[in-house]
Design a protein around this ligand. Structure first.
Ligand code: SAH
Ligand code: SF4
Length: 401
């Protein structure tokens, strides 16, 4: 039997050993380079029998073309010799998410319905403002967490999005805004929020790897201070998010008592309010200039009383949190059992929090007319009734009979 003592020592200094990853080829046999880190890109080239030194050089060039220039064709890569283009084309692609539908709201908000190669639908939303442009990115198809006020939580199918599918949303937005090559000034797309479909901390590694690409200064170059990750409170992953991603944190608090939060954010039964707020207090890098955002959806007669507002202030003070509170008017969707609080109630709630010295703006809903507002994301294919899907399936099978 081998024991640690009789294992052969490894000569030389010990480098982190890159673990070869298996690159899953697409149905056409080619490997998608989108979503790969520089190290993975190099490994993909080496796996295709490119000699080590060549692979290192080419990986660097490809990485620059992909993430800084937004190239999707190898033929555009002028510093890679023309004779190599067909070699690359035979083995690799640089994909984008497939766009099924793009909609524009009367307020300028845009929503894209995207489809993966295995026919999973997800959405992204771009919200232009006077001084910024925010892309709301999805991390999963659907969401397993079933918050009772959220349309996404009612989707039956759930799958984690890959790093390519996550960073692909940012690439696609850049394509459509004409913002290549990447430049530090004068961009329309200035901010990213992980607030689309899904719970990002339930897809931690893929979200982390995608955001690393988004933040890399030589590529997409969005500063971590312009990126916000929103979680419904996956407490055990919050410290890792702080250490390994380091972006701004938003927490979907939504209620201040166990009873109400257990009902509307069922994850609360696993990780309670106090535990969650302690994890917020431990989140690295927060201070008065870099606060944690607490999201609070305003639900009529559920979580919107003056007492609730006072309890919110007490809790934020107790944990000494550098906090701002985002009050989100509830966005309705067909079948939802809640109503939005009245404007007077929201005002009263806001002024109690504000009166305690905590910023508590009321978020203006954006893109409601195209179902692009918070919590309204649910893909068109999921909105179809069971009966309609069955009818379509019957027509399809007739066609193949
Ligand atoms: N899963 C993550 C991120 C996505 S949701 C999270 O829950 O934090 C983005 C924000 O929209 C969350 O604060 C969520 O609670 C809120 N939201 C969900 N449904 C909503 C609705 N119908 N109206 C208003 N806000 C909603
Ligand atoms: Fe999932 Fe967030 Fe919706 Fe809750 S609010 S169901 S965690 S997407």
């Amino acid at each position: 039997m081998q024991t640690a003592a009789n294992l052969m020592p490894i000569p030389g200094h010990i480098d982190p050993v890159p673990v070869p990853r298996s690159f899953v080829p697409r149905s056409d046999g080619r490997i998608d380079l989108l979503g790969l880190s520089l190290a993975d890109l190099r490994m993909a080239l080496e796996t295709s029998q490119l000699e080590e030194k060549q692979a290192k050089l080419r990986a660097k060039q490809l990485w620059h073309w992909i993430y800084n220039r937004g190239a999707t064709e190898f033929s555009a890569m002028t510093d890679i010799s023309k004779t190599m283009h067909p070699w690359l084309e035979q083995r690799f692609v640089i994909s984008r998410p497939n766009v099924v539908e793009a909609q524009v709201s009367t307020d300028g908000t845009r929503k894209w319905l995207l489809r993966s190669d295995d026919a999973q639908d997800y959405e992204m939303v771009f919200i232009p403002d006077a001084d910024r442009g925010t892309l709301c990115v999805s991390s999963q198809v659907g969401c397993t967490l079933n918050c009772t006020f959220c349309h996404t939580g009612t989707m039956r199918l759930v799958r984690n999005l890959t790093p390519a599918e996550i960073v692909g949303q940012v690439m696609l937005a850049r394509d459509s805004l004409g913002e290549w090559p990447s430049q530090p000034e004068g961009r329309m797309l200035t901010n990213i929020v992980m607030m689309g479909m899904g719970e990002p901390l339930y897809n931690f590694e893929n979200v982390r790897d995608a955001l690393k690409l988004v933040m890399d200064g030589a590529g997409l170059a969005l500063s971590r201070r312009r990126i916000t990750l929103s979680t419904s409170g996956v407490v055990p992953m919050m410290a890792r998010a702080g250490a390994e991603i380091g972006v701004n944190l938003a927490v979907s608090l939504h209620a201040v008592t166990k009873e109400v939060r257990d009902e509307i954010v069922p994850l609360n039964r696993k990780y309670g309010i106090e535990e969650l707020l302690q994890a917020c207090a431990d989140y690295p890098g927060t201070n008065n200039a870099r606060r944690i955002t607490f999201e609070y959806v305003m639900l009529k007669d559920k979580n919107d009383s003056d007492d609730d507002a006072r309890e919110l202030v007490r809790l934020l003070r107790k944990y000494e949190l550098p906090a701002k509170v985002n009050l989100i008017p509830f966005n309705p969707w067909p079948g939802a059992v809640y109503e939005c609080s009245t404007p007077e109630r929201i005002k009263s709630f806001s002024s109690i929090v504000f009166g305690a010295g905590i910023s508590a703006p009321v978020r203006t809903p954006r893109g409601r007319d195209i179902d692009a507002a918070c919590g309204q994301l649910k893909t068109a294919s999921e909105k179809k009734s069971r009966a309609q899907l069955d009818r379509e399936a019957a027509v399809e099978s007739d066609a193949f009979a």
